[in-house]
Design a protein around this ligand. Structure first.
Ligand code: GSH
Length: 362
């Protein structure tokens, strides 16, 4: 019997977004090989195939390049539908997409803060980068660039107390939840677990200072991280009858309180930028200026990311695709969490992707 051609997964252990995709291959039993992103790999594969210098990238056995973890997971779910990790029922499905937005867009604040604001974490991360990259000079330049992102992301003196309080609360909420459930939506991993694993594993579990915090204060979260990375093939299911576990409600409220206002500020700032009809509106760059936002009463600036709109479109699309009675059920499940605001907002533009780049579709 011939061995199937594996999917090639260009990724690194300490990469946030690689951590989001890896369990998908393992859980679904998809044959894959993981390839380190050395400078040669960037030069010969990642940049020529995607035009970007992001990881992870997947090259399929039929030689298609997939870039962006949301697009990668969508395509793997389409090609390997069983067992599903995208919940088929309305409430759980929309919640999974909403938590994906939270993990991808807000999770970077604690993840980057705990990696780069503490000398012990920074030293270890720089050593880990050099080990994964194999080229100390290239690794140093990459680390410098990543550390330089902190002020753009809004990690600064004003926001740090809120970021740290948010993480402590998140760990408490997840610890209570994982006392009762193996995964966020029951006993099967979902898109929401995958997305949350990015910050929690690749940064907060592997980095020195938060790694200690997790191991000493949140052993149940550590056990979930290990479970995610070593999934039992095909085990378990989502909670019956499209219910949300009661222990998930505090997580939805935490996201609604801390992350949603920041996401909405970004969407408003993107609309305001677009209204000035800039020359690069058709293909917006990665950042389009700065806006003011707040976390737990502290006000600070962040860069305005068009990509945030693309991410927020995902739960909105999942919600809009539902028949009216199912939308009503979702509304009732989310009422009072603060998350409903992300479904209610009416962005002026819609973003799509062409050749891996964001484009304004309308
Ligand atoms: N939205 C992208 C983000 C990918 C991403 O930011 N990857 C990081 C590593 S975890 C990276 O390559 N960053 C390079 C950079 O920011 O220039 C995805 O979901 O794939």
């Amino acid at each position: 019997m011939s061995t199937p051609t594996p999917y090639r997964f260009y990724a690194a252990e300490i990469s946030y977004f690689s951590g989001k995709v890896r369990p998908m291959f393992r859980y679904k039993g998809i044959p894959f090989e993981e390839i380190l992103p050395t400078p040669q790999v960037y030069r010969e594969v990642i940049i020529p195939r995607t035009g970007l210098a992001f990881i992870p990238v997947v090259i399929t056995p039929d030689d298609q390049a997939l870039q962006d973890t949301s697009a990668i997971l969508d395509e793997l779910e389409r090609r390997f539908p069983e067992p599903p990790v995208y919940p088929p029922t309305p409430v759980q499905r929309v919640v999974a997409y909403l938590l994906e937005v939270y993990a991808d867009e807000f999770g970077v604040l604690p993840a980057m803060h705990y990696r780069w604001s503490f000398p012990e974490s920074e030293a270890k991360a720089r050593q880990d980068f050099a080990a994964a990259n194999g080229d100390p000079d290239a690794a140093r330049a990459f680390a410098d660039r990543m550390k330089g992102m902190l002020p753009l992301l809004g990690v600064c003196d004003a926001s740090i107390p809120g970021i740290e309080a948010h993480l402590r609360e998140l760990l408490d909420i997840l610890s209570r939840h994982f006392d009762a459930h193996d995964y966020l939506l029951g006993s099967r991993m979902s898109l929401a677990d995958l997305a949350l694993l990015g910050p929690l594993y690749a940064h907060l579990y592997l980095d020195a200072v938060p790694g200690r915090l997790l191991r000493t204060t949140a052993p149940q979260v550590c056990a979930w991280i290990e479970r995610m990375n070593h999934p039992t093939p095909k085990g378990g299911g989502f909670v019956a009858d499209d219910a949300l576990p009661p222990t998930l409600r505090p997580l939805l409220e935490l996201v609604g309180r801390d992350a949603v206002p920041m996401l909405l500020d970004n969407l408003r700032a993107f609309d305001a930028w677009a209204a000035t009809s800039p020359a690069d509106l058709a293909e917006p760059p990665r950042g389009v200026g700065f806006h003011e936002t707040s976390l737990r009463g502290a006000r600070f600036q962040r860069y305005t990311s068009p990509y945030t709109l693309w991410m927020v479109q995902r739960p909105r699309d999942a919600y809009a695709a539902l028949p009216a009675p199912a939308r009503g059920t979702v509304d009732r499940a989310l009422a009072g969490t603060g998350l409903e605001a992300l479904l209610a907002v009416q962005p002026r533009h819609r973003l799509g992707k062409r050749h891996f780049k964001l484009v304004v579709e309308s």
